[in-house]
Design a protein around this ligand. Structure first.
Ligand code: 26Q
Length: 812
């Protein structure tokens, strides 16, 4: 008897795609569009992931595993197709299988819209953490909101940012599993009554939270974790009941609650104190707490051991109301006594702070809190009372100490300080880089640190090497596989081995050729998205991140104008050709940030057209920065700009992604730049500017930016040009606001103080770039030093030291 040869993986994948094209997408394979082919391929992977997901959940349930629950308002996921293929080990089969459909995997993957359910660093960190939790087989659950509209799409019209809505779910997404059976009521408003001496919350409104699960595939294992996102829907019976009795207003009001999950707040760093935002925060927290309590009670007889079974992590203060909500559920709904409930809470929660900037710390007015969450406000007052009694025993009679610690800010309108609620309700509080964590205990949380020194710790951020190296930079990934093996994907410390390879000229030329190919690809992308033709032989100098004054895109621009003027003055100097690339979104209400985008475009218009210099200097702004655009930019960068005022950038993660792809960093002693320097070595990075301590001293001594302007002719010429007509012909005052903020407004982020040092550092960059081979060695050393910045390392630290959750790898 002859046994038939089994089909190759590619053939069976091509067949499976055909089957889905026919049955799920309902189209003839021969006529399928790229989008339809993408959808069919995604369906094939979805089915495989679903199987792994069920097995993972069964295993964790059977073991009654201790789990981590990661609460985050934001998950900036990006595309899922290539990541799913990589996790399933099916990338090669898919590439081959798609040939049967006359498609390339790259074209197919590009049709998937980004899931942009986040603003920037914090949201992308949450997505990297999910990937690392699944890959490290940690029993884990992410919870968030299924926003109908994610981060706005940025269009540039006449050099100005225009925000466009981003309906990423319009054509559905193959990556979610609606859980029709998982829904919880979330209540709002009303008042609190005492019934038999117990508080009873008489709510005014309610909305239903429906669960939609996104699968989170682990790499190198069979694990699949869950990201459970909640959608707000009007309660069907209330809606109908009110409607039938003619109470249209009530019916409409109930329907209105659906707006809770409509749109992500497009704000980075500055909180918008809006009622809808507070409702969003409580909405997803209340649904998640009900869900985790219900799942706990399926495995355990009571909630007394909750803290042993679950670690709940607060990604910034956005979910901090969870502390009050868990107290409410334990005490009001499960009859637990306050002291026991409080002990459980305190053992369950941990909290990450992502910012030091005082204006970014979330507070809610007591009036609004009382109106939206009356019972929670009572609970917060009680937590505060007991906390302040305890604090008073530490420093009797020191009322200033108590006022600074209080959960309530009593200056002006009384407000709840969500960071204080998070600290008091958590066993551990961490910052996101060594410097940031140190500054937390020295500055904004110093009073808490004096009370509870052991509560504060550091967890330096990391990024997933799967997305940010293996997927984004297939050329470099292949070279690594070839030279050090493929183990770096799961053990990034193996990149250390590159250090030696840097002295091998053959390896260096292969490494350099890959960078060149990535730059060529990026140049094509830039031409397509901006119409600007750039020279892939020039140095690609990249600053990509949210537009914010503290990140100092403007300092970068001052250097660009400085260089432009210097080229015109000394055209025959040995200039290194540069392409300066910006990308990033400005919050819609952040006028200064939008003005900076305008200035970048106006300067670019002049510089790029100037035949005297445009072979030596070009300036581009790549629109709509997001995960997918970043995946294009990171591999093509030569120079990474990380130039925030020392002491302002909590960590940064773009700095890690760029260095991992071989860019050299020019940066300040800020955030994780410091640890990057320690790991790549002082000789492999360009550090400039004031340190955090020097920034503080300069401010205290009375900083006078005007003096710097007066004494530095090059700087003066640059600011005068920006203030005058060269970049805004016919409208000389267009950028007066920007220049005035520097010269007359105190230059809060000290651009002028760092200007000379920055320009000097840029000259050192040029100097090195003139010797391509030396540059290449340093670039290799950068990649080699990036091991510690894997999100796997970060997550293992969290798991061991904060969550105390053990990995549960699949057997076999
Ligand atoms: C809060 C209230 C109301 C509306 C919006 C917000 C809000 C939204 C997003 C406040 C802050 C954010 C985002 C903060 C953020 O992304 N922080 C960055 O976190 C990264 C990950 O830790 C760090 O690397 C960056 O340094 C930090 O800026």
């Amino acid at each position: 008897m002859v046994t038939p040869t089994p089909p190759s993986p590619a053939t069976s994948l091509a067949d499976a795609i055909n089957a889905h094209l026919l049955r799920t997408v309902a189209v003839d394979a021969a006529r399928a569009s790229t989008t339809q082919t993408m959808q069919a391929l995604a369906q094939v992977l979805r089915a495989q992931l679903a199987e792994r997901w069920v097995l993972t959940q069964n295993r964790e349930r059977a073991a009654k595993a201790r789990r981590v629950v990661y609460l985050s308002m934001e998950f900036l996921i990006g595309r899922s197709l290539s990541n799913a293929l990589a996790a399933l080990g099916s990338t090669a089969a898919a590439s081959a299988g798609l040939q049967a459909h006359a498609r390339t995997l790259e074209d197919i993957a590009a049709t998937e819209p980004d899931a942009a359910l986040g603003n920037g660093g914090l949201g992308r960190l949450a997505a990297c953490f999910l990937d690392a939790m699944a890959t490290n087989a940690l029993p884990s659950f992410g919870y968030g909101i299924r926003y109908e509209y994610g981060m706005f799409a940025q269009e540039i019209q006449n050099g100005r940012q225009i925000e466009q809505p981003e309906p990423w779910l319009q054509d559905g997404t193959p990556w979610e599993f609606p859980r029709a059976d998982i829904a919880f009521a979330v209540r709002f408003g009303g008042w609190v009554e005492q019934v038999d001496g117990k508080p009873a919350w008489r709510h005014a409104d309610q909305v239903i939270a429906k669960a939609y699960d996104m699968v989170v595939p682990g790499h190198g294992n069979q694990n699949v974790s869950t990201l459970r996102l909640w959608k707000a829907v009007a309660p069907a019976h209330i809606d109908l009941g009110a409607f039938n009795t003619g109470d249209y207003a009530r019916a409409a009001a109930a329907k209105n609650q659906e707006n809770i999950s409509w749109v992500l707040y497009p704000n980075d760093s500055t909180p918008a104190g809006r009622e809808l935002r507070l409702k969003q925060e409580y909405f997803f927290v209340a649904a998640s707490v009900q869900d985790l309590v219900q799942r706990h009670l399926e495995e355990h007889p009571s909630l007394v051991n909750l803290a042993n079974q679950v670690a709940i992590h607060l990604n910034d203060t956005h979910p901090a109301i969870a502390v009050a909500e868990l107290m409410r559920v334990l005490c009001d709904e499960h009859g637990m006594l306050w002291p026991l409930a409080w002990a459980i809470c305190r053992r369950t929660f941990s909290y990450t702070n992502h910012t030091l900037m005082p204006e970014a710390l979330e507070t809610w007015s007591i009036g609004l809190m009382q109106q939206v969450l009356p019972r929670h406000m009572e609970i917060i007052f009680r937590i505060n009372k007991e906390f302040l009694e305890l604090a008073a025993t530490h420093r009797p009679g020191d009322n200033g100490f108590l006022a600074r610690l209080s959960l309530i800010d009593e200056h002006g309108e009384r407000r709840v300080r969500m960071a204080h609620l998070s600290i008091v309700g958590s066993h551990t509080v961490n910052g996101v880089s060594a410097l940031h964590s140190q500054l937390l205990v020295e500055t904004i949380f110093s009073d808490f640190a004096s009370l509870w020194p052991d509560r504060f710790t550091n967890m330096t951020n990391g990024v997933t090497p799967r997305r940010w190296l293996a997927l984004a930079n297939p050329g470099l990934a292949a070279l690594l596989d070839d030279s050090i093996g493929s183990g770096w994907r799961l053990d990034l410390d193996q990149l250390q081995r590159l250090r030696q390879l840097g002295s091998d000229p053959v390896f260096r030329s292969r490494f350099a050729a890959i960078k060149q190919a990535n730059k060529l690809r990026l140049a094509g992308f830039i031409a397509k998205t901006t119409g600007i033709v750039v020279d892939p032989g020039s140095m690609f100098d990249v600053q990509v991140k949210r537009i914010h004054e503290y990140k100092r895109q403007l300092l970068n621009l001052l250097h660009v104008v400085t260089r432009y003027q210097a080229i015109l003055a000394n055209p025959h100097t040995n200039w290194v050709p540069r392409t300066v690339i910006f990308a990033g979104k400005a919050a819609s209400s952040y006028h200064m940030a939008k003005s900076i985008i305008g200035l970048i475009h106006d300067v670019a218009r002049v510089i790029n057209q100037d035949a005297r210099s445009n072979h030596l200097l070009k300036l581009v702004f790549v629109p709509n920065y997001g995960v997918s655009v970043a995946e294009m930019l990171m591999p093509g960068a030569d120079l990474s700009e990380q130039i925030s005022t020392a002491g302002t950038e909590a960590s940064g993660t773009g700095n890690m992604k760029l260095a991992l792809n071989g860019a050299l960093t020019i940066g300040t002693d800020d955030g994780a730049n410091i640890e990057i320097r320690q790991n790549v070595g002082d000789d492999n990075i360009f550090i400039f500017g004031l340190s955090t301590a020097e920034v503080r001293e300069r401010r205290q001594a009375g900083y006078q930016p005007m003096r710097i302007y007066e004494n530095n002719p090059a700087l003066r010429a640059v600011l005068d040009a920006i203030n005058g007509e060269p970049f805004s012909p016919g409208e000389p005052g267009r950028y007066r606001g920007i220049v005035d903020a520097l010269l007359w407004g105190g230059d809060h982020y000290m651009l002028l103080a760092d200007y000379a040092s920055y320009v000097a550092a840029q000259s050192r960059v040029d100097e090195l770039y003139r010797t391509p081979d030396a540059w290449c060695r340093l670039s290799i050393n950068n990649v080699a030093g990036m091991g510690p910045f894997s999100a796997d390392r970060t997550i293992r630290d969290y798991a061991a030291n904060i969550w105390r959750v053990a990995a549960m790898p699949a057997p076999g």
